[in-house]
Design a binder for this molecule. Structure first.
Ligand code: PA5
Length: 471
């Protein structure tokens, strides 16, 4: 049971009852049972797309790529380092792109061979990390790309003000030439600052939430800095868009996988969704996906406002590393997981274990084998043993990792998330809990208009301070 196109396929056989049995596998009757609902979700998404309510779906056809390339060309020559400031959806996509398509040790390469500046993403406010980063930066050769859709996220603004002051101290008025802002086209403090100071800026498309924004300047600008073919990413997404428009469940990989993951959760009680790439380059893609799936589908209320408390729990793992860390649980623990492997048909390099490099007969079987072969053997063995033990799993397979296949993969997983939201009956495009967290933090930090939130937490903390450390 495979959905297949030229460069990518989804093998879902090992989620099906035919292969892993009725107790844990999805039956054909269950697929039939969801067909109408999935069709309805698909029609609704197409309809909303027609009404311009889901702008992320049209990102493969966006204009403005030339502008990104122009800015990057201007800055690349003089920038030794790019520091990206952002959090959540404003960081994870760009980071995933660079990890997937850049050199695995990009930042450590000598400047003459490196494709573009060193790139650091700051998506936490740990003072030790930031101080540590400053130790390795030459501010006179650093470009800062600050990314925040709202333009008011406290963590990003805090980083940014720190860097503004440092750049100003080092470069004087020229700091303005070292900052690129990515934010809402008209609202928010960052947009105001960009306009007042005449900074180079890009817009986050209105209506595209952070976690759906990897194929906007949020992800494309940092990617372009290290020479990633950003048009190729969009071409791949456009190709995937064709499949995701298909009405027929089995012809539409995003709808099909949304339906399978949903059925595994609600019919077979598999509320944990593990994404396990067998390639280091896709590790950050699993991290990006974890946010996409969690923030989009974890909801208290359905679209009618009823309390539902739904959402699968996404977990990221890495093959083969986590075979020595998580596999024990996946294989012998509770039957509460679906594992999605991501596999590559080929790696960019072929690495052979040298002949004559082993010590004696016991290890001689490794001689002349390749690490590529070992990776494939381990993935297939893991798939086999999970399946044999009726552990639900599927594989997303990319013939190779390149801008087209990666762009297609991002788009596929985003559309899948939109369809899954429809099946769960929730709105995958809001994040009320994240917004609440932002309000509470503003209250704690004394932002005007948020005093009530601050007082509430302080009162709560005071009430909790009843325990004394025993002396
Ligand atoms: O996906 C989302 O919408 C969130 O994760 C945001 O990206 C995150 O909270 C950061 O918000 P902003 O881009 O407004 O700074």
């Amino acid at each position: 049971m495979i959905w297949q196109a030229e460069d990518i396929y989804l093998d879902y056989s090992n989620m099906m009852a035919e292969v892993i049995g009725d107790e844990h596998g999805i039956t054909f009757e269950e697929i039939e049972g969801i067909r109408d609902k999935a069709g309805e979700v698909h029609r609704r998404v197409q309809h909303e797309r027609g009404d311009d309510k889901l702008p992320f779906l049209n990102l493969p056809y966006q204009e403005g790529i030339g502008e990104i390339k122009c800015v990057v060309d201007d800055l690349r020559g003089s920038a030794h380092t790019l520091v990206v400031l952002g959090i959540g959806g404003s960081a994870l996509g760009g980071r995933a792109l660079i990890a997937a398509l850049g050199h695995p040790f990009h930042n450590l390469l000598p400047a003459e061979v490196r494709k573009g500046p060193r790139v650091f993403f700051l998506d936490n406010i740990d003072p030790d990390t930031i101080t540590g980063l400053l130790d390795v930066l030459d501010l006179s050769q650093t470009v800062v790309n600050v990314i925040s859709k709202s333009g008011s996220t406290i963590e990003t603004l805090s980083h940014f003000f720190l860097f503004l002051s440092l750049l100003n101290g080092r470069l004087g008025p020229d700091w303005r030439k070292r900052v690129v802002v990515t934010t809402d086209p008209s609202n928010g403090p960052l947009r105001r600052l960009a306009e007042e100071e005449g900074l180079v800026s890009f817009s986050t498309p209105p209506g595209v939430e952070g976690r759906f924004s990897v194929l906007t300047p949020v992800g494309l600008l940092p990617a372009a800095f290290i020479g990633i073919d950003i048009e190729g990413l969009l071409d791949g997404a456009a190709l995937t868009d064709k499949w995701c428009r298909e009405e027929e469940l089995e012809a539409n990989p995003a709808l099909l996988n949304a339906a399978l993951q949903y059925l595994a959760h609600v019919k077979k009680v598999k509320g944990i969704s593990v994404m396990m790439p067998y390639a280091d380059s896709l590790r950050e893609v699993a991290d990006w996906y974890r946010q996409l799936w969690a923030e989009s589908l974890g909801k208290k209320k359905d679209v009618q406002g009823r309390l539902v408390y739904v959402g699968p729990t996404p977990v990221k793992a890495l093959g083969v590393t986590d075979q020595h860390s998580q596999l024990q649980l996946y294989l012998e623990g509770p039957y509460d997981k679906v594992i999605t492997f991501m596999a590559l048909g080929s790696f960019s390099h072929f690495l052979k274990i040298p002949e004559g490099g082993s010590w004696g007969e016991e290890t001689a079987y490794l001689e002349g084998k390749s690490l590529n072969e070992l990776m494939e053997a381990e993935r297939r063995a893991t798939e086999f043993v999970l399946t044999k033990n009726s552990r639900s799993n599927c594989t997303i397979y990319l013939k190779e990792l390149n801008p087209r296949t990666l762009g297609g993969l991002f788009y596929l997983l985003e559309v899948q998330t939109a369809f899954a939201g429809g099946l769960y009956g929730i709105n995958p495009f809001d994040q009320p809990a994240v917004e609440e967290g932002k309000r509470l933090t503003c209250g704690m930090m004394g932002r005007r208009g948020f005093e009530g939130e601050g007082e509430e937490i302080r009162g709560w903390i005071k009430g909790r301070n009843v325990y004394k450390v025993p002396r």
